[in-house]
Design a protein around this ligand. Sequence first.
Ligand code: AMP
Ligand code: MG
Length: 275
Amino acid sequence: VTFHADKLRVISGESFSLKQHDAAETFDISKHKAEKELKDHVKQLAELHELLYAENKRALLIVFQGMDASGKDGTIRHVMSGVNPQGCTVTSFKQPSAKELEHDFLWRIHAAVPEKGSIGIFNRSQYEDVLVVRVHGLVPKEIWQARYDQINAFERILAENDVTILKFFLHISRDEQEKRFQQRVEDPQKNWKISPADFREREYWGEYQKAYQDAIANCSTKEAPWYIIPSDHKWFRNYCVSHIIVRTLQSFHMRYPKANPDVAGVKTGGKQTPR
Ligand code: AMP
Ligand code: MG
C-alpha cells in the first residue's frame, strides 16, 4: 500500500464516518522510513516558510484539534521545530475570558489569524464552540448548531483573502488515551500534564466523538478541508502532518521576489550615484 495524504482528507459532500477511521493505521509505512521522512519534511518546511515570508503574499493557518493526550502540543513541537519563530505564531485557545464571552465566538479567533507571509498555528480553535460547548451544554442547541454555517462562512472569508487553511484532527483510540494518561500519572516529568478534569472529560468520550463526527462532516470544505490523522502512533502522526503541510506549501509555487530595481543597479563595492 502506498500512502496518499488524500486518503486522510474528508471530501466535502461525501458521507463521513469517524468510526471507519482506524486511529492505529500506518498504511504499511515503517517507523524507520517515517522518521527519516519527517527529518526531510522539517528541512523543507524551513525553506518553504522562508519563501512564504519573502513573498509576503499569503498566510497558512493550521488548526489542531483532538481529544486530551492526542498529541496537539507534541505535533506542533516536532513538526515546526525547524521553522523561524519570526513569521510563525502559535495560539492556544483556552476557556474564553469574561471579555471574550462578551463578543461573538469568532472574535478572538479572527484576531489570531496569521498575517501575510506567516504561518499561524491554532492549538484548539473555533471548533471548541461546537465541541466542548456542545458536550457540556454551555449554550442551547440552536446556538451551537448554527455555528457550523458560521464557521464555514468565516473560513471562506479567510480563504478568499489569501489564507490557506489546513485542519488536522488527531485521532486516537480510547485505549491509547488511557495509556497516555497512565504515563502522565506515573512519570514525574509528565505529571504536570494531567489533571482530574482530564479524567472527567474522558467520561464524555462518546459525546465528544459524536460532536467531532458532526463538526468534521459539516465543516470539511474545499477551501478548508479536515484531515483525519491516525495518531495512536506518534511517529506516523508527525509524518502525516508534516507531509501534508509541505505538500500544501509546495502547491503555492512560490518564488523569491525580484530584486528591488533601486538595488539591482548597485554593484558591490561600486560607487553609488548620489540622488
Ligand atoms: P488545554 O488544551 O489542556 O490547555 O485546555 C484548554 C481547555 O479550554 C480545554 O478543556 C478546552 O476544552 C477549553 N476550551 C477551549 N475553548 C473553549 C471554548 N470556546 N469554550 C469552552 N471551553 C473551551
Ligand atoms: Mg489539557
